[in-house]
Design a protein around this ligand. Structure first.
Ligand SMILES: Nc1ncnc2c1ncn2[C@@H]1O[C@H](COP(=O)(O)OP(=O)(O)OP(=O)(O)O)[C@@H](O)[C@H]1O
Ligand SMILES: Nc1ccn([C@H]2C[C@H](O)[C@@H](COP(=O)(O)O)O2)c(=O)n1
Ligand SMILES: [Mg+2]
Length: 216
């Protein structure tokens, strides 16, 4: 069964408040969306953010790939969709994200590769009932993304030139409008994703430092 703090859904109960006799107060989880085209370096930078700032990393793509190879009713839908470089129905992806959030003791989540579309964004708000504190956008030229994806050697079914072309089209058509939405809301941090991994992280670091400072 779920830990007690999740039985009332979001926002979470603060664990320290559960220990005393005071009625549990609700605290909202700190959610950051990490966006950028395929191969822009989202996963690489998320690993550094986790190491430095202790977030829980949830890569939507990784969750879908894990679900795909499990004995899931969604397995073939996910396989077909990822192979074509398209977007899996939001309901499936949000369910997987929610399951991970519910199973985590962490209150700080880095949600990588999500929302990929307006439909993703609306489903998250509707099902999870939360909004990101801020959104990172790793802005990378197409040529560099193609080079990185084609030399990534992780055996991903979508790391080939044909699927990559579709992923780039889908990014432009469906993900850029979401990025624009958060920009208009004043929640977007644009990161120049060209440079070494450490150079890029030096643009990311102050954003999270400011967020930690705010929380004190
Ligand atoms: N700054 C960088 N310079 C050169 N290569 C990089 C850089 N950052 C990441 N890479 C490499 O590029 C590839 C893609 O990076 P990564 O997996 O982090 O991207 P991603 O945005 O998560 O991609 P996807 O959306 O396909 O999951 C990896 O092989 C990674 O090692
Ligand atoms: N919100 C999402 C995230 C990912 N997918 C599918 C389609 C992507 O091409 C693939 C790989 O994701 P990545 O690891 O590149 O972030 O997973 C999706 O349908 N919806
Ligand atoms: Mg990734």
């Amino acid at each position: 069964s779920l830990p007690q703090r999740f039985t009332t859904g979001f926002p979470f109960h603060a664990p320290f408040q559960e220990k005393g006799g005071i009625p549990p107060k609700q605290v909202a989880p700190l959610i950051t969306f990490v966006l950028g085209g395929p191969g822009s370096g989202k996963g690489t930078q998320c690993a550094k953010i986790v190491e430095t700032f202790g977030f829980k990393h949830l890569s939507a793509g990784d969750l879908l790939r894990r679900e795909m190879i499990s004995d899931s009713e969604y397995g073939s839908t996910i396989l077909d969709t990822i192979s074509e470089g398209k977007i899996v129905p939001s309901e499936v992806t949000v369910k997987l994200i929610l399951r991970e959030m519910e199973g985590s003791d962490n209150q700080k989540f880095l949600i990588d590769g999500f929302p990929r579309s307006e439909e993703n964004r609306a489903a998250f708000e509707q099902i999870i009932g939360a909004e990101p504190r801020f959104v990172l956008f790793f802005d990378c030229p197409e040529e560099e993304m193609v080079k990185r994806v084609l030399s990534r050697n992780e055996g991903r079914i979508d790391d080939n030139i044909d699927t990559m072309r579709n992923r780039l089209k889908v990014f432009e058509a469906l993900n850029l409008p979401v990025i624009d939405y958060y920009s208009k809301k004043g929640k977007l941090y644009r990161i120049n994703a060209v440079g070494t991994v450490d150079e890029i992280f030096e643009q990311v670091r102050p954003i999270f430092e400011a967020c930690e400072h705010e929380a004190k």
